[in-house]
Design a protein around this ligand. Structure first.
Ligand SMILES: [Fe+2]
Ligand SMILES: [Fe+2]
Length: 313
């Protein structure tokens, strides 16, 4: 029998699966979930805790798996599907995570890029048209896996919210911010950095290597024609600060792309949530106090307001 890998983050929501799912243990495939099971609540939590990125299906189930994904996403995007906003958000979050994983694993694939961009377009639209979507996504624990992609989805969510509240209206511009945010840490994937490690607690030597991740990431994609320049800028500049105290190039405000600063401040918020184990609302307060002078003041204030009342409409 031959098996093909599937991404765990695509298994979301209460739609029953119509295929068996296997895990690989010591080179053997073991049946983990049967056709007829679904992935909400406790089962999803257990699965996430295992920190598996991939599971397997039999090759002859590929069609059934693809149908499941398509149905799940169209159900999630359809406000008349009768599904709760939490279920719908969880499916969208999983789909975004899967496309981030796939693009960060294969940045040279034009197909991975265009399908991530298309998915991000749906994601932006979902956030802008469903009033409860932002709250529901921000309430979700996106720090429970050592996953650069999951972190990317969290940053992407607040980045769309911040840009929108700052008055950015161009859907194309919002899509590029969201896409850049989704894969901003591609350098971590390349370097194998474990994002459960708080970078402020690294040794001097480990810190020097850590600070290379924006350049490593940008170098991976800068010559690829399918990558938009905004996305490349975000990858390179997301650790910079307006006062020149960021890295890798210690740039100051005038030289930085505003899209990069939107992602940078949202990235810092997620870092505060993650390493201090704070709720977004408490992290927003700490962000404003600790980061004054490092990011544009209106970005900090607007983002803090978003953590207090996460609504876009
Ligand atoms: Fe980073
Ligand atoms: Fe990051």
């Amino acid at each position: 029998m031959s098996y093909v890998p599937i991404r765990v983050s695509t298994l979301r929501g209460n739609q029953k699966i119509s295929f068996d799912v296997y895990v690989q243990v010591a080179g053997k495939h073991i049946l983990y979930l049967r056709s007829g099971d679904s992935f909400e609540g406790a089962r999803l939590q257990r699965l996430k805790k295992k920190n598996l990125k991939k599971m397997y299906i039999l090759q002859n189930s590929e069609g059934a798996y693809r149908n499941y994904m398509t149905q799940n996403i169209s159900m999630a995007l359809d406000r008349n599907s009768g599904k709760s906003i939490e279920d719908r958000s969880s499916i969208i979050q999983g789909a975004q995570q899967a496309s981030a994983e796939s693009l960060m694993e294969s940045p040279t694939s034009q197909m991975a890029y265009s399908s991530a961009k298309e998915g991000v377009g749906h994601f932006v639209n979902f956030l802008l048209t469903e009033n409860e979507a932002l709250k529901s996504l921000m309430d979700m624990d996106m720090t429970d896996e050592n996953s650069v992609a999951q972190h990317g989805v969290a940053v992407s969510t607040t980045a769309v919210a911040l840009a929108t509240k700052l008055g950015w209206k161009d859907q194309q511009e919002l899509t590029l911010v969201a896409l850049g945010a989704l894969v901003h840490d591609i350098g971590h994937v390349e370097m194998g950095y474990d994002i459960t490690q708080d970078p402020s607690k690294l040794s001097a030597e480990a810190r020097r290597s850590y600070e290379k991740h924006p350049i490593v990431g940008a170098d991976l994609v800068k010559s690829l024609r399918h990558f938009d320049s905004t996305v490349i800028n975000i990858i390179l500049e997301h650790e910079e600060m307006i006062n020149g105290q960021g890295f890798p190039n210690k740039l100051t405000e005038k030289k930085l792309d505003p899209s990069s600063m939107v992602v940078a401040v949202c990235n810092t918020l997620d870092r505060i949530v993650r390493y201090n184990q704070l709720k977004p609302v408490d992290a927003g307060k700490k962000l404003l106090i600790d980061m004054i002078g490092r990011y544009p003041l209106n970005y900090l204030q607007t983002l803090q307001k978003i953590t207090i009342s996460p609504e876009l409409l």
